[in-house]
Design a protein around this ligand. Structure first.
Ligand SMILES: [Zn+2]
Length: 205
């Protein structure tokens, strides 16, 4: 089975509890420490086997092999990938059965990161996720004060649109943001807009 590591919780003697997003489920497994085991880290895509699934104890992770991406040595990309994984992990907390959309979204974003700007890939993935969950902000009114929006907007968590003066935050062009909502693309946004949106992604979903 393949999956992305969403969370690692150390327990005793360097053992750990690992949460993994697979195409149809989010599983929590026990991993015994051993010198011959391959290294695991948050955000890794791994191939793995499970044993003891029907027992009284937590199923155990075994036969782990890491499926690497060629940007893995790039620290800046790795840091942004971590932030994206952490936002997603928090969002999917307590969930056990998932639509394959989430696994496929991570797989696609990891593959796109080889050639494309990482922040843009993450922001576009976030837009795709909001659209999938039916949470794209469709109102012409400010989320905070409920009066009509102007030509410049600021964003709250989940890209909810507000007046810049309502949250004292940087702003961007409303039409460009609406286009991003429609297309799930950041092509109409400049790099400083994308930096701002990445900051919103870090606050979670
Ligand atoms: Zn307002």
């Amino acid at each position: 089975m393949k999956g992305f590591i969403l969370h690692i919780q150390p327990v005793r003697d360097e053992d750990c509890i690992v949460t993994i997003l697979s195409p149809h489920q989010i599983g929590t497994y026990y991993r015994f420490y051993g010198a011959r085991h391959s290294v695991i880290a948050l955000g890794f895509l791994i191939d793995f086997e499970i044993e003891g699934e029907d027992g009284r104890f937590m199923p155990r992770l075994r036969g782990v092999s890491h499926i690497s991406f060629d940007w893995l040595g790039n620290n800046a990309k790795w840091l942004l990938w971590h932030q994206w994984i952490q936002a997603l992990s928090k969002h999917l907390k307590e969930v056990e059965e998932v639509d394959s959309f989430y696994y496929n979204l991570l797989l696609k974003s990891a593959q796109r990161m080889t050639k494309q700007n990482t922040k843009r890939v993450v922001v576009e993935s976030y837009l795709e996720l909001l659209a999938f969950e039916g949470r794209i902000y469709r109102q012409e009114r400010c989320y905070i004060c409920q009066t009509p929006l102007d030509t410049r907007v600021s964003l709250m968590q989940s890209f909810k649109l507000v007046h810049p003066q309502c949250i004292h935050a940087p702003s961007l062009d409303k039409k460009s943001m609406m286009r991003a909502f429609e297309t799930h693309s950041t092509i109409y946004l400049d790099d400083s807009d994308v930096d701002y949106l990445m900051g919103v992604v870090q606050r979670g979903l």
